[in-house]
Each structure stands twice: as C-alpha cells, then as structure tokens.
Design a protein around this ligand. Sequence first.
Ligand code: UD1
Ligand code: UDP
Length: 380
Amino acid sequence: MIKIVTIIGARPQIIKAAALSRAIKNHFSNKIQELIVHTGQHYDENMSQVFIDELGIPQPNYNLNVGSGGHAKQTAEMIIGIENILAKEKPDYIVLYGDTNSTLAGAIAASKIHIPIVHIEAGLRSFNKSMPEEINRIMCDHSSTLLFSPTTTGLNNLISEGFNPNTKRPYTPDKPGIFHCGDVMYDNSLYFKNISDNSSTIIEDNYLEKGNFILSTIHRDNNTDDPRRLNSIFSSLNEIATNNQTDIVIPLHPRTSKLLEVNLDKQLLLEIKANSHIKLIPPVSFLDMIALESNCSLVMTDSGGVQKEAYYFNKPCIILRSETEWVEIVEMGAAIIANADRNLITSSYNKLKTKSNQTFPSIFGDGKAAEFICSTMLDM
Ligand code: UD1
Ligand code: UDP
C-alpha cells in the first residue's frame, strides 16, 4: 500500500482530482491510500464544495483555509500548512495538479523535505512568464519526480527543457520520469457527460435554446485587472449578442464579478446588464458546465480548461488570450486566438459560426489517464 497526499485548492484542481480519486476507488483501493489537502485557495460554495459533493471526491482530510491574498502571502501560508501535514503524514508521494499557487506551494513544501512530487498536467507552456501560472508550472515541473503530460506538445516541451524521456526507474527529482498519458479532464468529461445529461436543468433554467447560444467565461488576471482589455472583451460580447440576436451565457468567476464593477466603463456595464441576450450568472457546477458546453454553439473563453472542454464536445472556441498552452486545438482549426482584440473577436466569431467542415479528432487520450497515473506510481 502506498500513501499519497493530493493537494487541491482552486476550482479546476478540485475537478481534476475527481478522476484520480475515482480511479483509486474503482481499481486501486487496496494499493493506494489517498489523503486530500484543500488549501482553501477557492472557498465559495460554488467554487469548491459543490464539486466535492457532485463529483464524488472524498471530503478533504485537511483544509488550510488560506483564502485569498497576494501571491506571496497566499503561497507562503500554504507552504507552511502543507509542510506540517507532510511531516506528520509522511506520504510516498505528493500529487499536484496544474499551475496555481496551490501547486507551487505543494512543490516547494514537498521538495525541501524530500517527498517525491507527482505533477499532473506537466509540460504545458504558454511561453509567457508574465502569467503567474507559467512560473508555477515551470517550478513545479523542475522539482517533480514523476511528470504526466496530457499532450505530446507538453512532453516535447519537457524534452526541450532537458528532461530525458529514456530515463529508467528508480525515478528521483534528479532523474525524473516523464510520461504522455492523456488528460485527466478528458477522463472526467467522458465520465460525467451521461450524468450531466440526466441531471442538469441549467439550459431550461436559463431559457436557453439548445445549439443556439454562446458560452463564455472570463477570469484570467490580465483580462479582469486591465480595464482596456476587459472593456474590449465585454464590448465584443455586447456587439455579438446584439448583432446576431444570440444569447451569451457567462458564468462569472468571483474575481470577474468584483472587477466588472471596478474596471468596466459604467455605460458599458449598464448596457451589458440591460442586454436581454447577455446572461450573467453565478459560477455553475461541473455537471451544469458540461450541459452548457455540450449544448452551446460556440465557446469564448480565457480559461485553460474550458478551451479544451469545448474541443471535447466538438464546439469551436475563441480564445480570449494572446497565446494558449493547448496549441493542438488551434492547429486543428477548432479554436482561434483572438486575444482581447475587439475586431479579431468579432471576425473570429463570424468565421467560426459559419464553418461547417471542422473535425475534432481525439488527441487527449483514451479516458484512462488517471488509471495510467496510478499504475505508474505503483510501478516506481
Ligand atoms: C486561480 C489561479 C488560476 C486559475 C484560477 C481558476 C493562481 C495564481 N491563479 O486564479 O491559474 O485559472 O484560479 O479559477 O493560482 N475569490 C472569491 N471566492 C473564491 C475564490 C476567489 O471571491 O472562492 C475572489 C477573491 O476576490 C480573490 C480573487 O477571486 O482575490 C482571485 O482568486 P485567486 O484564487 O487568487 O485567483 P484566481 O483568479 O481564482
Ligand atoms: N467550470 C465550472 N463552472 C464554471 C466555470 C468553470 O465547473 O462556472 C469548470 C470548467 O468546466 C473546467 C474548470 O472549471 O473544468 C476550469 O476552471 P477555470 O476556468 O476556473 O480555470 P482554468 O482551467 O483556466 O485554470
């Protein structure tokens, strides 16, 4: 039996963790004991507990309750809390997801006291170090022992940073193992689609017409915190909704809710709120999100996860960033990088809405990434 400590904190990590917890429960319950530590980075009911309840994730064994704050304070409090737990629990591995401050804190705490790090979603790069996530993921990758990349691009990024794909067991932080295993979020989207079909009422609740609305999410700090970019994105949404008489549903991240009031031009904010085609709603559960993603006509987002889920559900996507880590979906023609450029956003919409020959080949694994990760941890 091995013992792992899984760190969750931000919304996407809580959702990702469901795949590994499910694989352990169904296939490895006599071989892997999982303890879950919630850093408390996200804490609103609809940013955290809803996913734990809905996705069958075991209740966290520990919650550090660090809450929001500047990068340094937030990360530092997490490091202290995680180190204490690791010292007490002495796990065989710490499992870290993605690229948030919770990921970085786990990497710093574990590496200094020699707990091997398993990094899930390794190798992704935006090549833009002004993103806090780029710093977090690079530092985590370079202190990990087992690195699991969802894409071949991710694996190749690691190789170009000096990781050796031919390294053999035993793996160590100095001789790490790198693996291309597919995406645990693809596992989850496949698994939860049927459950969502049978339980979500979000389409009816919001009077949306299946196949005839746009789904949008915006939360990236450089969009919410920069009034120029935020105004450009929301004036594009206003224009597209009005000119095309199409509904746009926007589950608002709390960061965005707060900053719309501060950074959006007052007149535009009034117009957005008065536009019957724009539906600003609170963050939704993952089952509701799957219903929105699989029934919309198109996705517009700056989220990493939502871009990919658009692709899983065969929907074109406009990426409201200047680059993406998920370059495959752009190379396939399924997504367009439009940044926060109003002309580019509207022209991308016009292009994608009439495109009829788009294909969405399967490039994110076989839905069993989490099982592969568990087997590899056991095989170390
Ligand atoms: C974080 C991650 C980002 C990820 C995103 C997923 C970092 C550096 N960023 O960004 O990579 O894409 O989570 O959603 O780790 N807030 C609430 N309630 C909550 C959580 C947050 O009101 O439950 C508000 C607070 O005002 C907080 C702000 O949102 O200051 C930002 O939260 P934070 O966790 O610092 O960063 P995110 O923007 O959520
Ligand atoms: N998500 C959700 N409800 C929402 C918005 C997003 O369940 O209201 C899910 C989404 O389906 C994806 C994950 O949250 O699985 C993405 O999280 P987010 O966009 O916050 O972060 P990122 O992926 O950009 O790090």
